[in-house]
Design a protein around this ligand. Structure first.
Ligand code: ADP
Ligand code: MG
Length: 617
């Protein structure tokens, strides 16, 4: 009976109620502010919109404890300063029509309200004509303190202890390395699109970027590193429908990782697999299939030709006619590469609507074409298998020395097919003469049949285990460089190398910080060829970045894998008997010998019984 009454009560009670404001705000905020990097994007964009020409970003703890943006823009009045934190408070649109011609970065009036809902905020702001500025402190979307303050013209917004009031979200944040990466991405995207604004970034008290005002080219080089200096091709085309300007990297700068690719529409960074495809197509015959050219391209078109219903924090974009944009981007990049005289063939099959483009109406002259096809670069590209970035030969110096100790007993030195086959009849011995196939495989006879060993995969496994041992306490010996080389990296890469330095030390690299983003390579492991120190380090970092989206691995594991992959002898390398025997011996001395760390098999077994059956025996 009691139970019955209770049930009735439950059924009759209304269950819908309004969420308290602070919870509603927190939920709404989650869409805009997902991580410190999102706040960085919003605050930098606000500073740009405020007309600043100097913007400083300060972060602590990968933005988890502090994200602060200081600008010298137009500042806010006392009332505006308070209003700015209300949801849907914006100075950027007044009429619905404004939506179709929006030129500023933000316009929904959500960013500051969202930040105020999930962090502690301190704002200082002053307009040029005001005698005093305004200081406002906010917590849980409520103003806890407001008072006049003496400050320079402009605005400083500090976001402290992100998600202090939403522990579940705070726990959801990734490692500092991962969050820092997001912050750098956002910072670079904004800094790249406004070269006439000074940007600086300070992380944990250390200045990581200081980007002086300058040309777009200077900005690109400042951000991506000096190695792009003199390696950029300018892209510039103008039509009634849209314009494109910016830079693409010469083909030889293409990398194995996608990293340095930036596309902006109306100065806003966007991601577009479709347009990326257009650019890749323009490079099609110029770079190896699995490599990525650098680009920083800016497309400008009438905002009315864009779908504005896409959420502003999302980076996808919809064009009214994306085929025109595709064809335009592709031809503009091809044209630029052709003018730089390296495009072997120029076949523009374009949409009729953009036929009037210069790139289309004025194809390269015969003289240009001849110059192009006879150039050294062109020949390199057209020679089959000349994947110039992925080197066939490794950086190892006489890598047979590597195996000398384990192969000393053996006298055989030359590869002679007859000899190898003969010796294989004699059954397995450690010193058996081995056969190399296609400069990639080693055939080794066993009692039950034979093994086909993939030399590169095998060496990757061996090095991986050797490096693992080195990192667990037995450091690899360093070969001191007679003439230490310096290496200058992009600020982002420098940050990465700083992190890897202690582990690289244990792996035989002696690298010292020399100046801003510059390092001296004092020594390398003995197997790195003299003169190749710099390239070896660059490749390890490239490979590392390749793995870096894989969050399940530790920094150390990624480094181990990167070094093993980069330093392994490549398929296509001729091996002597000693080398093959050393390799096989080392492979089977490994803890795990049948696969690389990344899971590729190192060898396959062929059974004699099966072979006999094949031949009816
Ligand atoms: P939105 O940028 O979409 O308008 P925000 O929440 O980011 O919305 O900012 C709200 C308003 O606060 C802006 O429209 C602008 O008027 C003002 N504001 C924000 N940041 C700054 C700044 N750094 N300098 C001057 N005004 C600012
Ligand atoms: Mg904004």
């Amino acid at each position: 009976m009691v139970i019955f009454v209770l049930q009735i009560t439950l059924i009759l009670t209304d269950i819908i109620h309004l969420l308290p404001d602070n919870i509603a705000n927190q939920i709404a905020a989650g869409e805009v502010i997902q991580r410190p990097g999102s706040a960085v994007k919003e605050l930098l964009e606000n500073a740009v919109d405020a007309g600043a020409d100097e913007i400083r970003l300060i972060i602590n703890d990968a933005g988890k404890s502090l994200v602060q943006v200081i600008d010298n823009g137009k500042g806010m009045s006392e009332t505006d300063a308070r209003m700015a934190f209300e949801r849907h408070a914006t100075s950027k649109i007044k009429h619905i029509d404004d939506l179709f011609s929006i030129k500023t970065m933000g316009f929904r009036g959500e960013a500051l309200a969202s930040i105020a809902a999930v962090a502690q905020v301190e704002l200082k702001t002053k307009r040029a004509d005001d005698a005093a500025g305004t200081f406002i402190q906010i917590e849980n979307s409520r103003v806890v303190l407001q008072e006049p303050v003496a400050v320079n013209t402009g605005t400083s917004i500090a976001m402290k202890n992100l998600f202090f009031n939403v522990p579940a979200r705070r726990n959801f944040l990734k490692s500092n390395t991962a969050e820092l990466r997001h912050i750098l991405d956002e910072f670079i995207r904004v800094a790249m699109s406004f070269p006439d604004i000074l940007f600086s970034l300070q992380s944990n008290g250390q200045e990581v970027f200081h980007l002086e005002k300058g040309s777009l080219k200077q900005r690109v080089v400042q951000i991506l590193g000096n190695s792009y200096n003199a390696k950029l091709v300018s892209v510039q085309e103008e039509t009634d429908y849209l314009n494109i300007m910016g830079f693409v990297g010469k083909p030889e700068t293409a990398k194995k990782t996608r990293g340095d690719q930036y596309l902006f529409v109306n100065n806003r960074f966007i991601k577009s697999a479709y347009l990326n495809h257009a650019i890749m197509n323009a490079y099609s015959d110029l770079i190896p299939k699995d490599s990525f050219p650098m680009y920083a391209l800016f497309i400008d078109l009438n905002p009315a030709k864009l779908d504005i219903n896409v959420h502003p924090t999302k980076q996808e974009i919809k064009f009214e006619d994306d085929k025109i944009v595709y064809a335009f981007v592709q031809s503009a990049v091809k044209h630029a590469l052709a003018q730089f005289s390296i495009t072997p063939t120029l076949d523009f099959e374009l949409d009729a609507t953009i036929q009037q483009l210069d790139a289309v109406s004025k194809p390269v002259s015969d003289a240009q074409r001849t110059a192009t096809t006879s150039s050294h670069l062109f020949k390199t590209f057209t020679q089959k298998g000349q994947a110039h970035f992925i080197e066939k030969s490794s950086d190892l110096k006489h890598w047979k020395d590597f195996y000398e100790p384990s192969a000393e007993k053996n006298e055989a030195s030359s590869i002679d097919v007859n000899v190898s086959i003969q010796s294989m009849h004699q059954g397995y011995k450690a010193e058996q003469v081995m056969l190399q196939l296609h400069l990639s495989y080693i055939v080794m006879q066993t009692e039950a049949g034979y093994l086909l060993i993939h030399q590169q995969n095998a060496h990757e496994r061996i090095l991986y285990e050797r490096y693992t041992v080195a990192l667990s306490g037995k450091p690899i010996a360093t070969q001191q460089s007679l003439f230490p080389t310096t290496i200058t990296l992009s600020p982002a890469d420098a940050l990465l190398l700083d992190e890897l330095l202690p582990d690289m030390q244990a792996l035989g690299y002696q690298i010292e910080i020399f100046g801003k983003h510059t390092y001296v390579i004092q020594g390398t492991p003995a197997d790195v060829q003299i003169g190749n120190e710099k390239a070896a380090i660059e490749k390890i970092m490239e490979q590392y970045k390749h793995f870096s989206s894989d969050l399940k691995f530790t920094k150390r594991e990624k480094l181990l894998r990167s070094m093993a992959i980069q330093n392994a002898i490549k398929a296509g390398t001729a091996l002597t008997q000693k080398e093959m025997q050393g390799l096989v011996q080392d492979l089977f001395a490994c803890e795990v010998s049948n696969a690389t760390a990344t899971g590729r098999p190192t060898y396959t077994r062929f059974e004699k019984g099966e072979m006999d059956r094949m031949f009816g025996r």
